[in-house]
Design a protein around this ligand. Structure first.
Ligand SMILES: C[S@@+](CC[C@H](N)C(=O)[O-])C[C@H]1O[C@@H](n2cnc3c(N)ncnc32)[C@H](O)[C@@H]1O
Length: 209
């Protein structure tokens, strides 16, 4: 991470920590998405998990199936939690926007709900770069909250955050603009397991290079 610059997402997710998993890990759509990906991977695939959070359910599910998982997360608290919860995967604490990635080095890349604290240009640029890290035929799985909002202030799990996202059409266009083909999508509503939580829309896109 650049000296003296601490991304807002690091502050927010350091404060939320394990509570994120309690609230969100029960998403059936997230587990379905992981199972769909698992069904398409060759044994011992190399997988990058962007914004790996506590490591559950994503890194744990994929590593338990024998794949080689590298999780990258900007929050030191999340990386510490994930390293303990999923010792069979590797985790690095870094801002994915600055993290060096080799071309054609992964069989799959997962991005579950980790774009929302980036600007629209940053989200586009990152998805484009992630597409390039996939081997030909590789899988990119993205999940987001598909709302047409830009730098809006809100409170998420007790933390003030600024959120940027895209509506469903614009999000699909972002992915196809990166040269990927959407092969499956699931548009769902999920209510986090947390007192007073409101239902939120979740969009999962499964894409191939
Ligand atoms: C909403 S949580 C989702 C965690 C996990 N992907 C899941 O679905 O369970 C978003 C995660 O992305 C991480 N994150 C946000 N911006 C990031 C960035 N620029 N680089 C790396 N990680 C980031 C946060 O620290 C947080 O752990």
């Amino acid at each position: 991470m650049t000296e003296g610059h601490r991304p807002a997402a690091a502050e927010v997710f350091d404060a939320i920590g394990a509570d994120y998993e309690t609230a969100f890990a029960g998403s059936g759509a997230h587990l379905d998405s992981l199972n769909r990906l698992l069904g398409q991977l060759a044994p011992h695939s190399g997988i990058l998990d962007v914004g790996s959070g506590t490591g559950r359910p994503t890194a744990r599910t994929l590593a338990a199936a024998g794949h080689e998982v590298l999780g990258v997360d900007v929050s030191p608290v999340m990386v510490e939690l994930a390293s303990h919860r999923v010792p069979e995967a590797s985790f690095r604490c870094a801002d994915i926007r600055e993290f060096p990635l080799e071309e054609e080095s992964f069989d799959a890349v997962c991005v579950y709900f980790s774009l929302l604290q980036m600007s629209r240009d940053e989200q586009r640029a990152l998805v484009h770069r992630l597409a390039g890290t996939l081997r030909p035929g590789g899988h990119l799985v993205l999940a987001t909250v598909p709302l047409d909002v830009e730098d809006v202030s809100t409170v998420f799990m007790g933390q003030e955050v600024r959120v940027t996202s895209f509506g469903p059409e614009a999000f699909r266009a972002l992915v196809t603009g990166a040269g990927l083909t959407v092969v499956h999508e699931a548009d769902t509503v999920f209510t986090p397991s947390r007192p007073g939580a409101a239902p939120e829309p979740h969009l999962f896109l499964h894409c191939r290079r």
